[in-house]
Design a protein around this ligand. Structure first.
Ligand code: GLN
Length: 199
């Protein structure tokens, strides 16, 4: 219905907030930087940026955002998380810092810093059938891996060796890599499509 659209949000506690906001604005969305519960209440979808998941976790608790975000996810708010954002969406994490929590929602186990130590960062082209024929150029920066995918979560992309790096479950979308850094907009389009469907 014209006139009823509300903005989408980018959680703006830490991380590559601006890059996501630019991609979303470029796709025609009105974007709000979400720092407080009132900001969250004003949006129809939320992006959890890349950054440092343990810091975003701590800040979300300090800002009183953890419970509102968990509740919003449970209520079906469309959420897209990249890298640290994927970790924050996972129901289970391996190699978090002591006491690290997630918002949860995605029925997956994610290993934090899964490539750390050997190769912290790398780029590769991925087939993502849900996005069409053109491969996705993916940048991995101290990236997590999806180690286990529960029955409700769907793998959208894997590395050549079969390890899962993008998942979808209902209104939730997560990528271990950073489309917002490479001019790849199709994941954000998928997110905005589920925002429109949810309105
Ligand atoms: N290693 C980071 C974490 O644990 C994620 C890195 C990223 O978002 N590029 O949150």
């Amino acid at each position: 219905m014209a006139g009823s659209t509300r903005p989408v949000g980018v959680l703006a506690l830490q991380g590559d907030v601006r890059e996501h906001a630019q991609v979303l604005a470029g796709l025609g969305a009105e974007v709000v930087l979400v720092r407080r519960p009132a900001d969250l209440a004003s949006v129809d979808g939320l992006v959890l940026p890349g950054g440092e998941s343990s810091v975003i976790d701590k800040l979300s608790r300090a800002f009183g955002m953890r419970e509102p975000i968990r509740d919003a996810i449970r209520s079906g708010l469309p959420v897209y998380g990249t890298c640290a954002g994927l970790i924050l969406l996972a129901d289970r994490i391996v190699d978090g810092i002591q006491g690290q929590q997630t918002f949860g929602g995605l029925d997956v186990t994610v290993r934090r810093n899964a490539f750390g130590g050997q190769v912290d960062s790398f780029e590769t082209d991925l087939d993502v059938p849900a996005l069409g024929e053109r491969p996705v150029h993916a940048v991995f920066i101290r990236a997590p891996l999806v180690e286990q995918t529960g029955p409700d979560a769907e793998a959208l992309a894997t590395l050549p060796d079969g390890r899962v790096v993008a998942v979808r479950q209902g209104n939730l979308l997560g990528t271990a890599f950073h489309p917002e850094m490479t001019g790849e907009h199709r994941f954000h389009e998928l997110f905005l499509a589920s925002v429109r469907a949810g309105r």
